[in-house]
Write a new protein. Structure first.
Length: 148
C-alpha cells in the first residue's frame, strides 16, 4: 500500500519535472484515499513557499474543509526541508513516508531530526522507504540544468 501512494507522489514529481521545476511530489492520504496532491511550483507561482508538501497540505485542507489533518499520512518523493517539516507538524499530519534522503537539507534524518525532537510539541511518525526513482529523477534534473 505504501508503494502505491509513493507512486502517486512520484506522478506529482513528474509534473514538476515537465514544468522545469525541481521534481518533488507529495500526496496526503486519509483512510486509504488521496485527499491532497502537490508538486513544486516555486517558479510557476513565483513564490518560495510553494514546495510540494505545502501545496499538498493546502489541497488536502481545501478538500476536507479543515486545517487539521489528523490521522493523515503524507507521501513525499524527497525528505522534507525545515519549512515543510514545520508545516507538516502544524497541520497535525500523523506520519510521513519519503522515498529519497536530502543529504544537504533534510529535516527528518539527514541534517536535522525535527520529527524526533522531544522539545517540539508535535510528534510525527516517519519512514524512509527508499525508492531509486525518487532520487534518480532529481539527479537527472540537476545534471540537465548544469549542462545548459
Amino acid at each position: 500500500m505504501k508503494e502505491k501512494f509513493l507512486k502517486e507522489a512520484f506522478k506529482e514529481a513528474l509534473k514538476a519535472y515537465e514544468k522545469g521545476e525541481v521534481p518533488i511530489g507529495a500526496v496526503v492520504v486519509k483512510d486509504g484515499k488521496v485527499i491532497g496532491r502537490g508538486h513544486n511550483q516555486r517558479i510557476e507561482k513565483k513564490n518560495a513557499l510553494h514546495h510540494a508538501e505545502i501545496v499538498a497540505i493546502e489541497d488536502a485542507c481545501r478538500n476536507i474543509g479543515n486545517w487539521r489533518l489528523d490521522d493523515c499520512e503524507m507521501y513525499i518523493t524527497l525528505e522534507p526541508c525545515i519549512m515543510c517539516a514545520g508545516a507538516i507538524m502544524q497541520s497535525r499530519i500523523k506520519k510521513v513516508i519519503f522515498g529519497a534522503k536530502d543529504e544537504k537539507g533534510g529535516a527528518v534524518i539527514s541534517q536535522y531530526t525535527l520529527f524526533s525532537d522531544n522539545k517540539l510539541p508535535f510528534k510525527v511518525e516517519f519512514e524512509y522507504l527508499e525508492d531509486k526513482k525518487c532520487s534518480e529523477i532529481l539527479k537527472k534534473f540537476f545534471k540537465e540544468r548544469r549542462s545548459k
